[in-house]
Design a protein around this ligand. Structure first.
Ligand code: PGA
Length: 251
């Protein structure tokens, strides 16, 4: 059985105070929930959120990091800084980072390696654009993104990884991929991972779906055999909405 994850991605929303208010409201709503609940919060909210969430089932993480251990990189943040602030995991290669901030597959690869070295769990995001899907290159794109990002990752680290399939055309657009499209894409991602880590390794890696996940569609999405959770952007900003999604994020 693979682990199930319900992951919120707050993007550039919520101050430290808003983050702790949110967690305070979320805790009583998720008391009986058994799976993993991850909140990816802005850098400045990590310390407050993680100390507030200590000894609870909520795990706090970041949305990005630099690939260097330290250095003269004005405005950047290192994995060890995130870890000391209380981040347990980090999202790497989100499509907004790739498209708005020019992050390449090679850069994302270096970040994955650094996160593993710094003992932060990487959540690697991959996904095709609408143009790539329509022109039939979706598989090629996923193959390239995954194999470059995860090259030279030791097999022994594969159990620390989470993969997120997020088709770019469904992020923040209200257009969710159908459960069939999602499950097929996840199965393909798992095939690519198995070329790197073997079948057994690939079978152990959780693959979550992201892109316009909401209360109304999460149960259908979770039915997919290869779907091991969800990564929720917009709908995670409202604590009640997210709590409802959490409760439906199960097998
Ligand atoms: P969305 O974002 O749920 O608002 O589509 C998902 C994401 O960017 O991870």
């Amino acid at each position: 059985m693979r682990k199930i994850y319900c992951i919120a991605n707050w993007k550039m929303y919520k101050t430290a105070r808003e983050a702790t208010d949110y967690i305070e409201h979320l805790l009583p709503l998720i008391e009986d929930f058994k799976e993993n609940i991850y909140l990816s919060v802005p850098y400045t909210s990590i310390a407050a959120a993680s100390s507030f969430a200590k000894k609870t089932k909520i795990v706090i993480g970041a949305q990005n990091m630099n690939d260097a251990k330290e250095g003269a990189f004005t405005g950047e943040i290192a994995g060890l800084m995130l870890k000391e602030a209380g981040a347990y995991f980090v999202i790497i290669g989100h499509s907004e980072r790739r498209s708005l901030f020019g992050e390449t597959d090679e850069f994302i690869h270096k970040k994955v390696i650094r996160a593993l070295q710094d003992d932060i769990q990487p959540i690697l995001c991959v996904g095709e654009t609408l143009e790539e899907r329509n022109s039939g290159t979706m598989k090629k794109v996923l193959q390239r993104q995954i194999s470059i990002a995860l090259s030279n990752v030791p097999k022994s680290s594969s159990d620390k990884l989470i993969l997120a399939y997020e088709p770019v055309w469904s992020i923040g657009t209200g257009k969710t991929a159908t459960p069939k499209i999602i499950d097929e894409a996840h199965a393909f991602c798992r095939e690519v991972i198995s070329e790197l880590f073997g079948k057994k390794g690939a079978n152990g890696i959780s693959i979550v779906y992201g892109g316009s996940v909401k209360v109304e569609n999460v149960s259908e999405i979770m039915k997919g055999e290869n779907v091991d959770g969800v990564l929720v952007g917009g709908a995670s900003l409202d604590v009640r909405e997210f709590a409802k999604i959490v409760h439906k994020c199960k097998k």
